[in-house]
Write a protein that binds this ligand. Structure first.
Ligand code: NAD
Ligand code: LMR
Length: 336
């Protein structure tokens, strides 16, 4: 019979492909972890999704396992099962940790989430040292440098394989620009650089593809909306946490891009917060080219030919981003 067009019923998903990868989600019982695990299970490139959480995640894994996509879903609950959840995985995604409530900054989450990320990255270093690591837990501007220091201490740091997930900023920028300019959403691509908190989120609207022109007022209005989009959701959820569904969607896109790169696709670009030398800061979000080895190239050309507004915003974000990076790094050494 002729297969329908729906993604859920394509032939490639009924028959596992030659290259298939294992993905672990740490924090899989949470608001992001559950829909993210579902989206990962739908990928034709995935053979298994491992769901780990300190809360009981066996029910979520059992629930997912009934979806007739080729990959398996397995649940791992509690620290005694953490090592097994990481066995043979190619990509580890970390959305574990507490989310913001109204009135909080992402940095207010540091004390709780730094400990969680440290523990989990130590386990990744011991059990999956070659995996790509995607950090979602906030504050990303600090948790990624923190993770790098943990991996260095363990002697397994590969800067090409550690990523802060900033895809949601790009997803938001694309959505808001397409709405404002009446463009076909699928075509719009806005690079977002800097970091992932407040003014450190810098959409480079002048580099939007396809080429679009913005008045100064439009550029400022869109930039501020993109920078505050996380807070927009936190306030709308009124005490029930922060973005989960759009985050899961964005993180699934970043996982899929990573898997395509691991599968040998030579044309994969995403924005991510990575170790970088395109500015004086040791970590910086920008477009990166992905390959089997991780970051193949950090793209610096987007930082050339900025508008005055963008150039000023880039200067303005650096002190805050520098302090957040240093805070993350210091956390690891303070505790030794
Ligand atoms: P949530 O509270 O719904 O879920 C978090 C999950 O983490 C829970 O299931 C909890 O049991 C689990 N967890 C806690 N400690 C753990 C540990 N040591 N090991 C494993 N699991 C552990 O929160 P959420 O809404 O899913 O958000 C999670 C994190 O993602 C927050 O820090 C939030 O700020 C962040 N976030 C980041 C972005 C981004 O763009 N990078 C976007 C949205 C949210
Ligand atoms: C977001 O951008 O939605 C996340 O970083 C969550 C938050 O706290 O805003």
């Amino acid at each position: 019979p002729k297969l329908g067009k729906s993604n859920l019923r394509t032939k490639s998903q009924l028959v596992p492909q030659a290259s298939s990868f294992k993905v672990a989600v740490l924090g899989a019982a949470g608001g992001i972890g559950q829909p993210l695990s579902l989206l990962i299970k739908m990928s034709p490139l995935v053979s298994a999704v491992h769901l780990y959480d300190v809360a009981n995640v066996k029910g979520v894994a059992a629930d997912l396992s009934h979806c007739n996509t080729p990959s398996q879903s397995l649940g791992f609950t509690g620290e005694s099962e953490l090592a097994n959840s990481l066995k043979d995985v190619d990509v580890v995604v970390i959305p574990a940790g507490v989310p913001r409530k109204s009135g909080m900054t992402r940095d207010d989450l540091f004390n709780v989430n730094a400990n969680i990320v440290k523990t989990l990255v130590e386990a990744v270093a011991d059990n999956a040292p070659d995996a790509f690591i995607h950090i979602i837990s906030n504050p990303v501007n600090s948790t990624v440098p923190l993770a790098a220091e943990v991996l260095k201490q363990k002697g397994v740091y590969d800067p090409k394989k550690l990523f802060g997930v900033t895809t949601l900023d790009v997803v938001r920028a694309n959505t808001f620009v397409a709405q404002k300019k009446n463009l076909k959403l699928i075509d719009v691509d806005v690079p977002v650089v800097g970091g992932h908190a407040g003014i450190t989120i810098l959409p480079l609207l002048s580099k939007t593809r396809p080429s679009v022109t913005f008045t100064d007022e439009e550029a400022e209005e869109l930039t501020v909306r993109i920078q505050n989009a996380g807070t927009e959701v936190v306030e709308a959820k009124a005490g029930a946490g922060s973005a989960t569904l759009s985050m899961a969607y964005a993180a699934a896109r970043f996982v899929e891009s990573s898997l395509r790169a691991l599968d040998g696709d030579g044309d994969v670009y995403e924005c991510s917060f990575v170790q970088s030398d395109i500015t004086e800061l040791p970590f910086f979000a920008s477009r990166v080219k992905l390959s089997r080895k991780g970051v193949e190239a950090v793209i610096s050309s987007d930082l050339q030919g900025l508008t005055n507004y963008e150039a000023k915003a880039l200067d303005a974000l650096k002190p805050e981003l520098k302090a957040s990076i240093e805070k993350g790094m210091a956390f690891v050494h303070k505790r030794m």
